[in-house]
Design a protein around this ligand. Sequence first.
Ligand code: AMP
Ligand code: MG
Length: 412
Amino acid sequence: MLKAEIIAIGSELLTPYRSDTNSLWLTQRLNSVGIDVHQKTIVGDDEARMEDAVKSALSRSDVVISTGGLGPTEDDLTRKVFARVTGRQLLLDYAVLEEIRERFASRGYKMTPNNERQALVPAGATVLSNPNGSAPGVKMEHDGRLIVLLPGPPRENQPMFDTFVMPELERISRGVRLARRVLKVTGLGESHLDDLIAPIYTEYSNPVTTILFTDSEVEIHLTATSDSYSRAEELATELTDKLVEKLGYYVYTTTGELLEEVIGAGLRKREMTLATAESCTGGLVAERITRVPGSSDYFVGGMVTYSNDAKNSLLGVPKEMIEELGPVSGEVAEAMARGVRQRSGATVGISVTGVAGPGGGTDAVPVGTVYVGLADDVVSGNRRLVLGGDRHLIRWRASTAALEMVRRRYLV
Ligand code: AMP
Ligand code: MG
């Protein structure tokens, strides 16, 4: 397997305020053509340390990709450092200069002299044009290694990489082909899950299985390698089928979709519509549903009813019910779901009411107690959960439980 290395350049990436997401995206792309990422470096805008990082990378990796530091300012040193390490001169590329000038002119700006710097290209390198920004990328070969310099912003470097670099990587990756599956599981505890599936996946060294625990779900990643796509796909499918057979409806996707995407597709297919009534999640369920493009096909709307009064006046939850049973109760959750369903005209109403903490818990209703409710034209029901974690996590897990209730009732 070819070995790749990524250098993320930018002093902001060494602060607590920005993280290097470029390398995650690039790694996914590189892996997809069978290239292994064996080292990543984050380096500030410092010439000596960058030089160090670039030299080391070139001493051990077949493919070296950097992001950032291609802009017009003094601290944008990437071109300069790579040119020096590879023993090339930086030459002004007039075609690139013209492109940058035109880009400025088309927006009614005059190009400032420092922007000329972006037209400096190491001798013998290929320029990768950038329709989404002014800094072009650079591609070059050095001692049989491939070097790619990409601009920092993801919206600039991603299309550039897919257009100019991926075809070349596919060609040089020596025929290693990968197939991947991402199984997502909700509603099963970590250790219970591993008990069920470890005897299955440990039988296979190919695909490689990785298990990731997220805030409210478990993801099982399978990566199969072979010298042909079809064989890699076969291997991935074989193990996927065995895992799904074991886990049944706890698996909601084998291709990595979000829970809200899976639910959305199911509702659309059944021509059903959904409305939400939320208390402790403050609109998070509605927010998650509407992350999915096209959710207007099935999502009618939602109400955030935080106070008891709002639950009564906006959703018609009887005052006496709230007083007698408390706002965090199964009956109130169901009444909220019925209320929003009726008022919105949706086929299904779902609701969440709970104590997200850190304050507000009692012996009877401790922090983490959440009721999710569901109502359609036939029934209404609720589920009680006692969720662990801090306020953020409890709210997130509660929103997942509400979504999961829809999946369990209609989609499995
Ligand atoms: P630069 O090309 O160094 O001027 O970077 C421009 C912008 O790209 C930065 O301000 C960041 O917003 C973004 N950026 C740079 N490097 C990364 C990275 N490794 N991951 C995500 N965003 C980045
Ligand atoms: Mg920078």
